[in-house]
Design a protein around this ligand. Structure first.
Ligand code: DQQ
Length: 494
């Protein structure tokens, strides 16, 4: 019976999607090469996996409205993480443990086991005692149609952890044991709890992998844990940690004791729109990281989720990134190389000297484009470089690289009459001879990567097609750009 109920709920949602998807497709604000829903709301990436020859992305989804509510898992497959085929929804609320309208099937992960695809998710319900979050399982033979495990939930909140702050299981297998890291809160401090299991159905608490001492907030959402070389990386999105939306810790992990000794910390992205990242392994061994390009109302600089709900959708993923580790244990986050396959219309210059006079550049159609600069810091004597992006009709987004103070900022206060805020970060310029800048612009987003992909700003802006100019100028001297390259980027949304 319960299997049928989920199926009915999926079919109902599917009809809704089919009836509205052409409106979204014809919308003016929809993305062109970033992953987004066919209709409705999308937030966290879930269950990312390469399974039976395809990339599978699942996502937190409300198929009914461009606002959060009643969480389903959407599902799509791809060969390149850019062109997607949407599949039937994978999970819909249907059970006593996941059927609250302000709950549903919350975030989680995927694992292949015995040729089947297993999803581990958080069921969120409210039986009158407040929200209760428990960890649950669903599985599929074909990777398309899922069935919830009849003995769900497989894990409930331990003593001392509020039942509404225990969620987002990330599972993996090491040797003959399964492990799971779960986000939690204890005594108002965020925690990543580590569990282990011999069969994925019976779990025992192993250790607290890491916890906030106050600096990283009161609750950790969407933790992830994976090896890189001989180190381990823990990432999470802290609630109540100011402007820090996605944090990474690098350290040593011991499977005997379950102890993680972290000695490097960093920020994945400084922008307003980068949250709940989850990683997975591509078949060629790359560690790929995908996040939700938006944020929550409790964030200090949050304004709202943007105007796209008017076109029947809300939410996209940031461009998938490859994670690499530097010699000092810090991490780099590079847009996936697959982006090169959708490039067109290359423009390049081997040397470009930027003065205080504003110069216009060209990049694709000025809306969907990629820009790469390599700044020669030794020949540059200016204090600052300004890149004026998506400019036109009196609007613009300004990216300022302040060499003197080693600071970077992205100002979207004049971007579109809707967005606001200035995202800021430091740059690591000491002893550097050059500075790289890489920009990806899509219809409603700007992602700016600098400092060897260690200093990144992802911001949504809702700029119209007439905002297609790109300008550059220096302040207090000249900036020498050793290499300038730009491309248009082709349409990928089906
Ligand atoms: N979004 C999900 C939760 C998660 C939060 C609910 C993070 O599972 O903690 O949609 O954005």
């Amino acid at each position: 019976m319960s299997r049928e109920l989920m199926q009915q709920n999926i079919e109902k949602a599917q009809c809704e999607i089919d009836s509205k998807k052409s409106v979204v497709k014809n919308g003016k604000m929809r993305q062109h090469y970033h992953f987004m829903p066919q209709t409705g709301w999308l937030n966290d990436p879930n269950g990312l996996i390469y399974f039976k020859g395809k990339y599978h992305f699942f996502f937190q989804h409300n198929p009914y409205h461009g606002f959060w509510g009643s969480m389903h898992w959407g599902h799509a497959v791809s060969d390149d993480m850019l062109h997607w085929e949407y599949l039937p929804l994978a999970l819909a609320p249907s059970e006593i443990y996941d059927n609250d309208p302000r709950g549903g099937c919350f975030s989680g992960s995927a694992l292949e086991h015995d040729g089947k695809l297993f999803l581990m998710f958080t069921g969120t319900t409210n039986e009158g005692k407040g929200f209760e979050q428990t960890q649950c399982i669903a599985y599929s033979e074909d990777g398309i149609h899922f069935e919830k495990y009849e003995r769900n939930p497989v894990l409930t909140a331990p003593e001392g952890i509020p039942t509404d702050l225990f969620r987002d299981p990330k599972v993996w297998k090491h040797e003959d044991t399964y492990y799971m890291v779960c986000g939690a809160s204890r005594g108002n401090k965020g925690q990543a709890l580590l569990y282990r299991s011999k069969d994925m159905f019976h779990w025992t608490f192993f250790n607290v992998l890491a916890e906030s001492r106050g600096e990283w907030g009161y609750m950790w959402e969407c933790p992830d844990f994976y090896p890189m070389g001989d180190k381990y990386v823990l990432t999470f999105s802290p609630m109540g940690a100011g402007e820090h939306t996605s944090v990474y810790l690098v350290g040593d992990f011991d499977y005997e004791t379950g102890k993680f000794n972290c000695h490097v910390t960093g920020e994945i992205d400084w922008g307003f729109d980068y949250y709940a990242p989850q990683s997975f392994l591509a078949p060629d061994g790359r560690r790929i990281l995908v996040a939700w390009a938006n944020g929550w109302e409790w964030m200090p600089l949050w304004k709202d989720w943007g105007p796209t709900y008017k076109e029947g959708w809300c939410g996209s993923f940031n461009i998938p990134r490859e994670v690499r580790m530097m010699g000092d244990g810090t991490l780099q986050f590079l847009p996936i190389a697959e982006v090169e396959t959708i490039r067109e219309n290359r423009k390049h210059k081997d040397e470009l000297v930027v003065t205080e006079k504003e110069t216009e550049l060209t990049a694709g159609d000025g809306v969907c484009f990629e820009l790469k600069l390599n700044i020669d810091l030794e020949k540059t004597d200016a204090d600052k470089l300004e890149l004026v992006l998506r400019c036109g009709e009196g609007k613009k987004t300004a990216c300022l690289l302040d060499f003197k103070n080693a600071e970077m900022s992205v100002d979207r206060n004049e971007a579109d009459g809707w967005s606001r805020g200035i995202s800021r970060s430091v740059m690591y310029l000491k002893g550097k001879k050059e500075l790289d800048v890489h920009i990806l612009s899509d219809q409603s987003s700007l992602e700016i990567f600098t400092d060897q992909y260690q200093n990144n700003h992802s911001n949504n802006i809702f700029a119209g097609d007439a905002q297609n100019q790109l300008k550059i100028r220096a302040y207090g001297g000249r900036v020498v750009i050793r290499k300038f390259e730009s491309y248009g980027l082709k349409e990928c949304f089906k």
